[in-house]
Every structure is written in structure tokens, then in C-alpha cells.
Design a binder for this molecule. Sequence first.
Ligand SMILES: O=C(CO)[C@H](O)[C@H](O)COP(=O)(O)O
Length: 231
Amino acid sequence: MTMDQNELKRIAAVRAADFVEDGMIVGLGTGSTVTYLVEAIAKRVQAEGLHITGVATSKRTGKQAKALGIPMKGIDEVPHVDLTIDGADEVDKNFQGIKGGGAAHAFEKIVATSSTKNIWIVDESKMVDTLGQFPLPLEVIPYGSTKVFDRLNNEGLKPVFRLDDNGDRVKTHSDNYVIDLHVGKIDHPHLLANWLISQVGLLEHGLFLDIVNTVVVGTQEGVKVLEAKRA
Ligand SMILES: O=C(CO)[C@H](O)[C@H](O)COP(=O)(O)O
């Protein structure tokens, strides 16, 4: 029987919940795949009496985790994060990724870079040879955002302000705008990431480079746990 994309996300998330150990401080990402993860971790907390502390990367995740009985703290209330599990929009063969489809990439990157280990949970459609088919999200401070937009446009990066269903600009939890870059194939992600982060007014980009060593993929053949070769 063929599994749909949501089922593939769910089986990856359930498998990844097994990586959580008693006593851990666990970063919880954002998105539909993470919704399944939070459910699976909450079940383990209930069934096994696991003592963990969750750190959410968005209000939505925090609300769900709290409602399901996972004790939660803010990122600045914990000394470190042991393990963060998050979704991704694209993952390439070198385990580099694009995130930010849910506009939470700045908070997600803060938690990820505070975490000893990071795992991504994806369905197989997210695995690509080269990043860039998924538009690259940026978080941009509103003041001067048209100037940032023009600079991106002049560089040929095809920026588009992200709009919500009402046609209003999407705002992040920090009240910033999201600009998506329709760059196409990103052959040199580190070069692009370095250029982007040096642009004044651009708070964070959705290139997550050299962050994860483990990707848990839901496939039609079952769950695959992929480990990066890099140190
Ligand atoms: O980066 C993200 C949010 O900012 C998400 O992890 C990413 O968009 C994947 O979402 P989903 O699990 O719903 O496919």
C-alpha cells in the first residue's frame, strides 16, 4: 500500500522520537512533521515516565508540547540543548538543508546551534541532489527592507516578499518580514550563506549548513536513518 506524504512524515517522526533519552533537554522544531514528533515524544513521556525538558522553536510547537504534558522552558532558561529534532524543506546529499517554510528559521537556527546533536525528520520528497528548488527563506527587519529587497534583486536572486492568505506580508515571531529567494540550483551554498549573512538588515537565512549528522527519512520502503560521513 502506498503511503501519502503525511504518513511518510509521521513514520520518520515516530522513529526519531526514539533518539530522546531520559534527562535530556530537547529542542523541538516547527512544522507538520514536528507535530507528529511532539505527539510521539509526549506518548513516551507518559508511557515511560521520561523526564525531559522541551525547548520550542515557535509558539505553535510550544503550545502543542505543553498541552500534551511535555515540560517546557525557553532557550535562555536552559544551559544547553542536548538534542534538537526538526523538519526541513530540502536536504541535499551532503546533509545541507533549506529551512524556513514555516517562517521559523531564525529561532530554529538559534536552537539548532545551541544543541549538541541535531536530527532532521523528512519524507523522501525532501531529499535532493542540489539545494534550491525550494525557495530560500530570509528573515528581514522591516526598517529598510525595500533596500535589502533591491540589493537581492540586483544580485539576480529573485526575491519575493512572502504574503499570507489575505495578501499581507508574513511576519515572524520577531515581527520581521520573510523574503523568499527563487534562486534555482544552489551550487555553492556556503558562498551564498556568507554573502547573505553579511547584508545589513537581513537577520537570518534558511540555509542550514553543517548542522545535522543524522537525517531520518520516511520512504515507501520504510524509515531510513542516514548518517553523515563528515566528522
Ligand atoms: O523549517 C521549517 C519551519 O520554519 C519546517 O521544518 C519546514 O518547513 C518543514 O515543514 P513540514 O514538516 O511542515 O514539511
